[in-house]
Design a protein around this ligand. Structure first.
Ligand code: CP
Ligand code: NVA
Length: 303
């Protein structure tokens, strides 16, 4: 594995290797044990969209490991004045040991990987968010002690995070049921890819079917970055796809409720569920740090 562009770049074996490494790094951090495994290494992080978790977790991951993360808002670099992505990736490769990109179009991150000679990480595109799902698998492993033989229910917009969840579940052997309104289905190529990997992937328009007996209930915003102009239509179309206490009651008693954040309370999830006893949202957010540390060590560390 050279880059992480899609969740499908990871095998079951590599995912579990990364989860073990992330757990180890998490324990070391809790004991204040300093590791300088990326000493003198730099990660350039290009952001075309806003971020709290991804930006901070990558920056802190780099500094915890003795390296340096450079935040590059695309507006502040020549990319915004028309310098091609190919030149940007080639030039950055001469300075840094890895490039993370949060991009509008999935094609941009693919171009970065094509022209970069150092590892490229997809830090969210319109198609996928693999770093999120890697961290979420760590959280699931922590709460359920396994990643196989679980029912993962996605309720809401079949968006970028959902696409990565489908692939992630397929790879680790977790069943996934996606409940979304018509027109909000996950990418059909991804669904096919998930099934080809051997995943048990179901798409339904019935949130109750997804939630019934679920081990994991997951949602994300109805209005992703870039969808703002469709706000009214989306609120209307997705109105029946909220994670609330009725839906939680259909799931297993020990269901965990997940959300990649940021959340819009009262839209895709209710306040009581978000702050309720089933919610593991802040563990998910924390685990971004540990999972990404494991990832950058694998991609940028000593071979
Ligand atoms: N979940 C996530 O990627 O959050 P940010 O947009 O804050 O990075
Ligand atoms: N689907 C959301 C995820 C944010 C982390 C978006 O793309 O805006």
């Amino acid at each position: 594995m050279k880059h992480l562009i899609s969740m499908a770049d990871l095998s079951d074996e590599v995912i579990h290797e990364l989860l073990d490494s992330a757990q180890d790094l998490k324990e070391k951090r809790a004991r204040d044990k300093v590791t300088e495994l990326l000493k003198n290494k730099s990660l350039a992080m290009i952001f075309e969209k806003p971020s709290t978790r991804t930006r901070v977790s990558f920056e802190v991951a780099m500094s915890d490991l003795g390296g340096h993360g450079l935040y590059l808002n695309y507006k502040d670099i020549q990319l915004d004045r028309g310098e091609p992505i190919s030149d940007t990736a080639a030039v950055l490769s001469r300075y840094v040991h890895g490039i993370a990109g949060r991009v509008n179009s999935h094609d941009t991150i693919k171009q970065m990987a094509k022209y970069s000679t150092v590892p490229v990480i997809n830090a969210l595109s319109d198609m996928e968010h693999p770093c999120q799902i890697l961290a979420d698998l760590l959280t699931i492993q922590e709460y359920k002690n396994r990643t196989k033989n679980l029912k993962f229910a996605w309720v809401g917009d079949g968006n970028n995070v959902c696409n990565s969840a489908i692939l992630g579940c397929a790879i680790v052997g977790m069943d996934i049921v996606v409940a979304c309104p018509e027109g909000y289905e996950p990418n059909s190529y991804i669904v096919e890819q998930g099934k080809k990997i051997g995943g048990n992937v179901t798409i339904t328009h019935d949130p109750a079917e997804a939630a019934e007996n679920a081990d994991i209930l997951y949602t994300d915003v109805w209005i992703s970055m870039g969808d703002e102009e469709e706000r009214e239509k989306r609120l209307n179309d997705l109105g029946g796809y909220q994670i609330n206490s009725n839906l939680v009651n259909l799931a297993k008693r020990d269901v965990i409720v997940m959300h990649c954040l940021p959340a819009h309370r009262g839209e895709e999830i209710t306040e009581d569920v978000l702050n309720g006893s089933h919610s593991v949202i802040f563990d998910q957010a924390e685990n971004r740090l540990h999972a990404q540390k494991a990832l950058i060590l694998k991609l940028m560390g000593q071979k």
